[in-house]
Every structure is written in structure tokens, then in C-alpha cells.
Write a protein that binds this ligand. Structure first.
Ligand code: GLY
Length: 371
């Protein structure tokens, strides 16, 4: 299968996202042209290291690139000051200079943390993203959002720092646990729902075959990245259109907070539930056709995904408490909640004037269905 190349055109910060099988084994040849001297610092985590790191190191060394590696603990709790400090200091100990390249090799946590470390190290060094999860391949590795979490919330400290190259090896997705693959698929579906009805049609027909079909997987990753690249090109720093990428995320963030960012709800699962709720809210506001929310839910169900609040195990707070959790979201502007709503499948838009009572009523009903 040929490698797909999606350009992200951002002037002096332009780069390519290359998508295909076997890219880890070719990483040395892919990265070598970027290097001023033949060395690279690779940061990964304890889950990815035993599965894929030896292959990446061998591929870099085969091109005469000297490699230093650091494996951080796996999991969302890594994405904080402690491991960030450790990463930055390690990079300094490795004498990484401004002309060097740092490689972020892992899922969204590693990509965000290492990208932020690269953004601040010596006031900015270049970095390459090699995302190893579906979620990171279709979303977090592209677009230059980097950062860490603090006690006050997620991603509240960070920087826009675009990578110099993204290598999305679709072969690594085969080693992903089914639950993680499906969580990443929540972000794939989001692209169809927010701006490409034909892609959503395609996903309805082909989504269930993705996990076992490399060509279809590559198509889904490529189309998602094309859509993200287009949005980022038009609105790099989220002054407007980029907010559409947050479809489903206002609900998701409240649900993630309510479940303590735990195994009860993965981010991509929350996005899928949030998309279903956003379409339901759009329909109740008379914005989209009666059938649209049902179609969204039917597809998520057909994929075996979480769709309803009833699919989240354990207790949840009441509707008003959930709405209050949304109020702490960093996208709040002047005290008003911002939702991404839709006029139909593939037609999302930013809505700032949603009556809070509608949201509470919707969540009340969704919570009642759990009992
Ligand atoms: N993940 C949303 C964005 O990159 O804007």
C-alpha cells in the first residue's frame, strides 16, 4: 500500500503528515533529511516502548542516526508538571540543541507533553510526531496544540508548536486494544459529523470493517487528517473555525470530570457520547432534521461504542451539576457556554446562545434513562 501524504500548509511552519504501513521501519529515511547532525532524542512511554521502540531505534540507527531514548510512565497522569520537568531536563542532559530533532513516539499524552517540551526547550526546538494510537493519528498529532494538565484542569498550560513531520504508521494500530481503537474512532466519526456528510456515509458502510482492513483504516485516517489539516490551515490558533473540532467536547469534558478522568470513560468514548448529545440538542432546538440524531446513534451502536449516559458505569452527578462542570471548561467566553451544534450531518457550527435550561432538560432525560 502506498503512503498517503497530507500537507499542512502554514507558511514557514508547513509540514507533511505521511500515512501508511511500515513507516516506523522507514523512520530513519523519513527523518534524516530534517537533521543537521545525525542524532535524535526519542521520548515514548512504558506501553509503547516494549511493543515498538526497538524497531524505531533500529530504523534510525540504520541511517547512521545516534539515538537516545526516554520512556515515561504510561497514562494521563504523566501529562503533568512532574514528568514534563523530567522530560525537559533529560533533553537538556542529552545536549539537545536548537538544530536537533526531538521525536514524540506514543499516543496523545506523549505527543502533547513532548511537543510542549520541544516548544520551550532552548525557546523552541523542532519535533517529529510518530503517533501510535488512532486518536493521536487523526487528531492530537496534527495541528500543533501541545501542553500539559494542572490541578486546575486539562491542557491549561501549553503552546502552539507545530511538528516538522508526522509519521502515522497504520500498522501500529493493530496492536491497540479494541477499546482504545474504538475510542479513537470517536474522533474519526466527529470529522464526518462536523463537516463531511459523504465521509459519514462511507463510515456507516465501512466503519465496522476498519479494525481488520488496513486499506480502509488508511482511508479513514487520511480523510480525517485532510479535514483537520484544512481547518488548521484556515484557523491555526482557534480564533473561529477550529472550534468545530470540539464537536461533542463540551459534554465530553463534563463527563470526563464527573468520572474523574478514569477508566470509566476514555476521552474518545466521551466524544462519541457528546456528539450524540450535541445532535439531540440540535434537533430539539429545531436546527436539524428529526432523523439526524437517530442516525448518529445507530452508527455508534453498530460500531459497538458507548452512545448513552447509561453506557457509563457507576454513579453520575445530576444534570445541573453536569452543566456546572461544563461552566468550568476553558472555552467559556464571557460566562456563556459555547456549544458546537449542527444543522445536519456534516454541517456543524459554533453556537453561543444555547438556553441552559434546554441542556439541563436533555441531560435530565438522559440520566433518567440510566435508572
Ligand atoms: N483537538 C482539537 C484541536 O486540535 O483543535
Amino acid at each position: 500500500m502506498a503512503v498517503d501524504v497530507v500537507p499542512v500548509a502554514l507558511g514557514a511552519r508547513s509540514y507533511e503528515v505521511r500515512i501508511g504501513p511500515g513507516l516506523i521501519d522507514r523512520a530513519g529515511a523519513e527523518i534524516a533529511p530534517l537533521l543537521k547532525r545525525r542524532r535524535a532524542a526519542v521520548v515514548t512511554d512504558a506501553t509503547v516502548a516494549p511493543l515498538h521502540l526497538a524497531r524505531l531505534v533500529a530504523a534510525l540507527e540504520a541511517e547512521g542516526i545516534a539515538v537516545a531514548t526516554l520512556a515515561l510512565p504510561a497514562g494521563e497522569s504523566t501529562k503533568g508538571w512532574e514528568q514534563f520537568g523530567r522530560c525537559v531536563e533529560w533533553l537538556l542532559e542529552q545536549k539537545v540543541e536548537r538544530r536537533d530533532i526531538v521525536v514524540a513516539f506514543g499516543g496523545g499524552v506523549i505527543g502533547d507533553l513532548v511537543g510542549f517540551a520541544a516548544a520551550v526547550l532552548r525557546r523552541g526546538v523542532r519535533f517529529v510526531q510518530i503517533p501510535t494510537t488512532l486518536l493521536a493519528q487523526v487528531d492530537s498529532s496534527v495541528g500543533g496544540k501541545t501542553g500539559i494538565n494542572t490541578a486546575q484542569g486539562k491542557n491549561l498550560v501549553g503552546a502552539f508548536h507545530q511538528p516538522s513531520l508526522v509519521l502515522a504508521d497504520i500498522g501500529v494500530l493493530e496492536s491497540l486494544p479494541a477499546r482504545d481503537f474504538l475510542a479513537g474512532y470517536g474522533e474519526v466519526v466527529k470529522y464526518g459529523l462536523l463537516g463531511d456528510a459523504a465521509f459519514f456515509d462511507w463510515l456507516e458502510g465501512n466503519g465496522p470493517a476498519l479494525a481488520g482492513d488496513a486499506a480502509k483504516r488508511q482511508h479513514a485516517v487520511r480523510r480525517s487528517v485532510e479535514m483537520k489539516a484544512g481547518i488548521v490551515e484556515r484557523d491555526e490558533t482557534e480564533e473561529g473555525e477550529r472550534a468545530l473540532l470540539n464537536l461533542g467536547h463540551t459534554f465530553c469534558h463534563a463527563l470526563e470530570k464527573a468520572t474523574g478522568y478514569s477508566d470509566r470513560l476514555l476521552h474518545g468514548e466521551g466524544v462519541a457520547i457528546g456528539c450524540a448529545l450535541a445532535f439531540e440538542l440540535s434537533q430539539r432546538l429545531g436546527l436539524c432534521a428529526q432523523e439526524a440524531p437517530g442516525r448518529v446513534r445507530a452508527h455508534l451502536r453498530a460500531m459497538g461504542m458507548k452512545v448513552d449516559l447509561a453506557d457509563i458505569p457507576g454513579e453520575l452527578p445530576g444534570a445541573e451539576a453536569l452543566v456546572a462542570l461544563m461552566g468550568q471548561d476553558k472555552k467559556v467566553v464571557d460566562g456563556k457556554l459555547r456549544f458546537i451544534l449542527a444543522r445536519g450531518i456534516g454541517e456543524a457550527f459554533v453556537a453561543d446562545e444555547v438556553p441552559p435550561g434546554m441542556v439541563t432538560a436533555l441531560l435530565d432525560e438522559a440520566l433518567a434513562a440510566r435508572r
